[in-house]
Design a protein around this ligand. Structure first.
Ligand code: HEM
Length: 417
């Protein structure tokens, strides 16, 4: 079925030993489309912790927990940028005055030391204190969305709850018009489904994101409010006032992160709860267990795969890598690695002492983790309090999307009122 969409396999380069080749198309692997995390468990069992796949032009996949941890923190040898800061800035300096500059997603594609300059302005905006102030509005919206579907005895969960909840909260925070939600979500989906990594194509894709927000960005420059875009306009970078280009560089990252991640986290959580009535009963009886359940769901169903680029020929975990090669940090596999988590496939509320890596690690660790955690916890609390035992609709089987952010395409839930 999904076989037809597999990208063509390219020959392995000479420095890659045959023992490290494992076939995994991160966008179209048929096993992943059928059940993303079962496929991740299979990869953990079958593939080396660092392997090379011939799909999508050939790249490394870092699947072992230790290897993911080490690469995430080794920013000297593994860059978040396809093209170095120095090269991009040399190119920009040589461009004619007024020519449109290439977009550089910030802060995520900056490496230290430049990274700190761009991460700085967002730290306070996403701090636990700032996010605590949103708790009431998150709960109010969660309650309204759940109550709207409750009498029906069923819902398409992504469409009815997992999408509108975090997306509305983020659009309000960002200062974008909530009524354009559908348009923004469609663009984000198009963005994540696009597998073409040609730099001019990537730039065209990013420009679509800045175009859709352009009017709001300019309006906030003239009339600042208390939203994130206004805050970014008031920031300074290396002693210089923020420019439109700086704001656009942030917008492309925040738009994608804010409009897609939590949607998938909630959907994966709903699938787990719907297929585990005993867990639902346990959480309804003792809601204090919900935070531990939310964390264990994040570990068991970790769902992002951030990229890295090899900065110079090097050896990593005994493997030869060449300058310019791409590596994908397979966080879902890292959190299912038995060398880090005992019986990783088991959902265990009493796991102690081992932190999951769902939000990444190292300097790029997720800035939105506090917001995401509040949203996930509040949603689970309200679902447990307001809905009777719910299950998956057996007539509507699940399918998953892969790529850099995994999740179910839709989750059809049913319950008996
Ligand atoms: C459950 C939901 C989420 C998950 C699992 C998640 C996961 C991640 C991961 C793994 C990274 C590290 C990427 C890397 O190492 O290259 C990251 C970075 C980031 N995330 Fe999230 N994220 C979530 C929600 C959010 C939200 C809601 C926002 C904002 C509204 C957000 C904003 C960011 C930003 C700005 C970065 C880049 C940080 C930097 O480069 O310094 N994330 N996220």
């Amino acid at each position: 079925m999904a076989q037809a969409n597999l990208s063509p396999a390219v020959p392995k380069p000479d420095h890659v030993p045959a023992s490290l080749v494992y076939d995994f198309d991160m966008f179209a692997d048929p096993g992943m489309i059928e059940n993303a995390h079962n496929r991740a468990l299979e990869i953990v069992k079958e593939a080396p912790p660092v392997f090379w796949t011939p799909r999508n032009d050939g790249h490394w996949v870092i699947a072992g927990h230790n290897a993911v941890f080490n690469m995430s923190r080794d920013t000297e040898r593994f860059s978040n940028a396809m093209v170095s800061y120095e090269q991009i800035h040399a190119m920009i300096a040589s461009m004619p005055e007024g020519a449109p500059k290439p977009l550089i997603p910030a802060p995520i594609t900056y490496d230290p030391p430049h990274h700190a300059v761009y991460r700085g302005p967002l730290q306070k905006a996403f701090s636990p204190k700032a996010m605590t102030a949103l708790k009431d509005s998150i709960r109010e919206l969660a309650v309204a969305l759940i109550e709207a579907v409750k009498p029906k005895g069923e819902c398409a969960f992504v469409d009815a709850i997992a999408e509108p909840l975090p997306v509305t909260i983020f659009l309000r925070m960002f200062g974008l018009p909530v009524e354009r939600q559908r348009e923004y979500r469609d663009l984000v989906k198009e963005h994540f489904e696009d597998t073409d990594s040609d730099p001019s194509h990537v730039q065209a894709r990013l420009k679509k994101v800045t175009d859709i927000m352009h009017d709001t960005i300019m309006e906030r420059k003239e009339n600042p409010t208390d939203d994130l875009i206004s805050l970014l306009w008031q920031s300074e970078f290396n002693g210089e006032k923020a420019t439109l280009w700086d704001i656009q560089n942030y917008c492309v990252v925040l738009f994608a992160a804010g409009l897609d991640t939590v949607v998938n986290g909630m959907s994966l959580g709903a699938v787990h709860l719907a297929t585990n009535p005993q867990l639902q009963a346990e959480l309804r009886a003792d809601p204090d267990k919900i935070p531990a359940a939310a964390e264990e769901i994040l570990r068991r169903y970790t769902f992002t795969l951030p990229p890295r680029f090899v900065s110079a020929d090097t050896e990593f975990e005994g493997v030869q890598m060449k300058h310019g090669e791409k590596a994908v940090l397979m966080l879902p596999a890292a959190d299912l690695d038995p060398s880090e988590f005992d019986s990783p496939e088991e959902f265990n509320l009493a796991r102690e002492g081992k932190a999951h890596i769902a939000f990444g690690t190292g300097p790029h660790r997720c800035l939105g983790s506090h917001l995401a955690r509040f949203e996930l916890n509040i949603l689970y609390e309200e679902m447990m309090a307001r809905l009777p035992e719910f299950r998956l609709d057996p007539d509507k089987p699940l399918t998953y999307h892969g790529g850099h952010v995994w999740g179910p395409d839709e989750v059809y839930l049913k319950w008996d009122n």
